[in-house]
Structure formats: C-alpha cells, structure tokens
Ligand binder design. Sequence first.
Ligand code: URA
Length: 441
Amino acid sequence: MVIPSLIECKRDGGELPPGTWAAIVRAYAADEIPDYQMSALLMAVVWRGLSNAELTELTAAMLASGARLQFDGWAVPRVDKHSTGGVGDKTSLLLAPMLACCGAAVPMMSGRGLGHTGGTLDKLESIPGFSTQLALPAATAQVRALGCALFGQTPEIAPVDRRLYALRDVTGTVPSVPLIAASIMSKKLAEGLNALVLDVKAGSGAFLPDEAHALELARTMIDLGESSGVRTVALVTAMDRPLGHACGNALEVEECLLALHGEGPADLMEVTLALGAEALVAAGLERDREAACLRLQGTIASGAALRKLAEIIEAQGGNPAVTDDPASLPQAPHSAVYVARSAGRVVAVHPRPVGQGIIAMGGGRTRVEDGVDPAVGFVITVRPGDTVKAGQPLATVYAADAAGLQAGEAALSEAIIIGGTAPAPRSLVSHRVSAQGVEIL
Ligand code: URA
C-alpha cells in the first residue's frame, strides 16, 4: 500500500478501490501507518467525504479491529444512546441508570472530550476511584449483573476508533459526516445492541452546526445501524446554547446527581426524557413514548435511578457515597462570579467559547497526551431570552488558579451576548429521524 498516493486520491476527490479502507485500518492498527499520514488522509476525507461503499467498509473495518460484547442467548434487550457531541451534554450519565431501572441492559461505551465538546469518560473519571477501563469479560459480566456498564475503548474494544478519535481531536478533523458516523457506529455496533438512540446535535456548538448536515448525519448512522440489525432512531437536539447549567467534568457529574435527586434543569430533563423514551420504545420495553416517559420519571421519583448509579459507581471502583455527597467530587480551589456588564436581553449563550474556555482552563485537551483537570468549568445560570440588569450574576467560573479565572471570564464574555440581535434559539428537540423518514417535532 502506497499511502501518499491514497492520500492524493482522496485529496483530489477520488474513491478508494474496494478493500483499501479495510487494509488502511489494519495497517494503522499494526502501527504501519504513522499518525502524520493518517492525519493527512483524515483531512482529505473532511474535505472530500467518502462514498457509501467506502463508509460501510471503513466502519466495518473499525468494528473488526476489536472484539464485540457477546450476549448470546440473553433475552434482556440491549439499548444505548450516543451523542454527536455538545457542551454541557450530560444526558448519558442520567440515561444509563434510568434505562437500566426500566429493564434494559445498557452496555455504554463512550469517548473522551473531542474538540470543544466534553466526553462521558472524562466526566465519569472525575468521580474519585471510578475506572472506565473495563476488560471485555468484566464489562459483559457487569451488564448482566447490574444492567449497565460505563466504559471506554481499550486495546481489545474498538481500538482503532480510540486512536483515530484522539488524533482527530488534535488535528482539526472532527467535523465530517462520514468520520463521525464511522466513529460512533463502530463503537455502538461492538456493544451487541438491539436498539440505539442517537442524539444528533444542531446549532453553533455542534461539530456540524447546520440542520441539513445534522439530518444527513442522522440518516447516515441510521443506515449503518439498521443494515447491521440494530433498530436505530435519532433525535436532532439543540446545541446553540449549552445543555443544563454545568459545563466541565465534575460540575456536570454534580448536576446529574442533583437531577437524579429530582432537581435537574428543565432543558436537561426534557432532552433526557425524549431520548430515553425513544430508547425504551425502540428496545420494545414500552409501547409508546408517553408511557415510556412516565416510567423514566418514576425511576427518579422513587430514587431507583440514583441507587442504580451508586451500584455502577461501586462496581467500577468509585466511591458510591458521592451520589449523596456531591461535595466529595473534585472542587476547584478558585471561583468567581461573572456578572452582566450591561442591562438588556440575553440574545445568545454560545457553546463553543464555553467549551474552548474549559480547555483553556485545563479541563480538556490540546494534545493527545494531555490530562484534564476535572474540577474546572462553569455554571451558567442565564439563558437566551432572559432579561438581566447590569451587575446581575450570570455564571460562576471554577478554575485552578488566577490565570484560569481570567481565561474563564474571557470565554464567558465571548459566549454570553447581551443586547443586539441573534437567531431565535433552536427548539430543544426539533426532529425525529428513523428508517421511515424525518418527522418535524
Ligand atoms: N462522538 C464520537 O464517538 N465520535 C465522533 O467522531 C464524534 C462524536
């Protein structure tokens, strides 16, 4: 295989011959293609895309690079939800225990922060002691025992996505329908699922901001899922402002714990319930979305979802007491209240500067090998449409030091716009996409 000529072929808009993507994935897994050539190839795909045949082959090869979870002969329906990435997007931490309490099995394989967005693994690892590195037999056994395991890729599960994801994160090669679709679906198809719900973000904070791309991504992933026998449904949800109030790893875990105590912000709960209802119906555990929604709400009201999360945390080495004592999560040593500099209407809370601010404060990565500070981030209490007075608190910045506070405040001054005009906020859950087509909600 002559990699430079394959890069040139994709750069010039060509299609690689059958078998080539499979060979590339195998060679990359065997360390026969250096990251600099893989980055160039990925960038060519960002610009030129992939044909359907290339995408199917790439996804299958990424899936085949590792093992799959096996649940043969087990009647409990397996279901998962995955997001295309957002800021403050923490619904996985709520849905995993809620769905498990409703009789689903949730083998949830997640990723780390990508670009300006947060990752479920980084959030989970802010829980003291929590390990996301489960070996395949341990993950499978935990799903059978508790109905849920929350884990990341390892050298045995989806290893090529793990490496490509980290490489794309730092080479500007995330925003691409086929690369996002292959990344997500190669992980999800390794989970041994019966049903999958995709949260496809649209809006300025999404990797693919415009609605047409979000719908294309939804359809692309649904085709990959359905053709592998996994019932796949997508909701297009708003990412033109952060979801919920908390943005940053431990702060988001804390918001989830409050939500499981029944005190979640309305927007977070609306998106969580919409996704969860789709998951229960797709898994055949409820007949319609209304009944599913009531059942999910019941898991919070009864305390069952919180107890399930405590069990999962304990099984994965974390301290389950955190569920009743969020103060035991990592705390940033410095905080500052960010206030409105003028009176007026908040016309936008842009998610991208918020996500970039978290990275600038050390809560995300700029290089593959970077660690993250779990405690830093923002709690933003203001929403687009609110009217504020000069001096009114809009958010709190949590940082490791004075420079972090400054970086956080600079990010918020870019993110929170008071006065002027801006497009009307997107509807929180705007479309439902399935193999049958697109419904506007
Ligand atoms: N989530 C993933 O798992 N992969 C992507 O490429 C984007 C979001």
